[in-house]
Design a protein around this ligand. Sequence first.
Ligand code: PMP
Length: 416
Amino acid sequence: MTPSLGAHLARELAALEGRQRYRHRHAVTGVHGVRIKIGGRRCINFCSNDYLGLAADPGVAEAMAAAARQTGSGSGASQLISGHNRAHAELEEQLADYLGRPRALLFATGFAANVGIIDALMGKADTIVADALNHASLIDGARLSGAAKRVYAHADSAAADAQLAEAGSGHRLLVTDSVFSMDGDLAPLPALMAAAARRDAWTMVDDAHGFGVLGGGRGACAAPSRSPESRVPSPDVYVATLGKSVGAAGAFVAGDEALIEYLIQRARTLIFSTAPPPAVAAAASAGLRRLQADQWRRDHLFDLIARFRRGCEQLGIVLDDSIRDLAHASPETRNPKPETFLTPIQPLVLGSDADALAASRALLERGYLVSAIRPPTVPEGTARLRVTLTAAHDAEQVDGLLTALADCVRRAETVA
Ligand code: PMP
């Protein structure tokens, strides 16, 4: 007899619990920031994507509140019906101007953007060439599109080139994260873009974790180039989110006129979905102005990243970047330069789920919130603590985390 849905799901949940894969949400009280209260406990938050500290910026919050007083709480409809407000249009213009691209288009979330864009652009006769560690939304967009998929070893531009060379006769789209969300390393964008150009492939970069932080704020594709070969040409499709460094919510794609107009006609996650509240767009506009004006936020963040990495080295905490590459590229062609890891995402790969969970719990006891990331989010055997640094942290907090990590990570290793 078929079990009831409830009985079936209860068994599945028990199995997750048994494999240490059960995940819990904890409600944060008050503002999302560095000092947070979560599940009634005060702690220092080291697992936020609010890289510039703008989610707790009073000016950004006030811009949102003022816009809500003028435009109400909801957009009321999808963009193509009556949900596209002046505040959305202004933000799109502001984003296009900032990036020096002809147009930008808002989506309600980064997940919706990636799924909708890939599904709109690619079809059954086409091929998507994708990094093995691309974000789930890029993977799901590729699945939904029905295109053939060729996955190359993580950050391996030679492997990407080979996959592009072998792709079928339809359109080819090379898709990659810029900063990988669970590893914090950078895709070798110049080499990938060169391979795509050689093979006549279109390019799409998801800069969710680079926009606002890298390239003086303009993102991974605008990183200052020391040599012609390290200059990144603009991808055909540039996606970034507004819920991370911008401190608001939502996402956008930037590109040429035809791309944006086509997506307005064809991206189902935009057409059949309510537009974000105009007040959210107003908050993103304010966040974008702040991130342009406040270079000090990026300078401070990069100081903290360097301090954290130096501290790990001094304390013998293994931030061995080659561990992160275990499941990844061939040693000859992967991108192991130290600057590849200078991003706010600094994971400590511990291996087993139990180790990662034990270390995360021990850190919480000491007042530091660092999430344990386990499969299927990361490959089997590479469970990790994912430390993220933000401009809202200070040196003392980073030093405190380092001391706690030195104890907790070792403790986790001894327990195992
Ligand atoms: N792309 C990447 C690389 C991400 O890490 C995320 C979310 N963490 C998304 C897309 C999805 O963005 P959003 O949270 O706005 O849905």
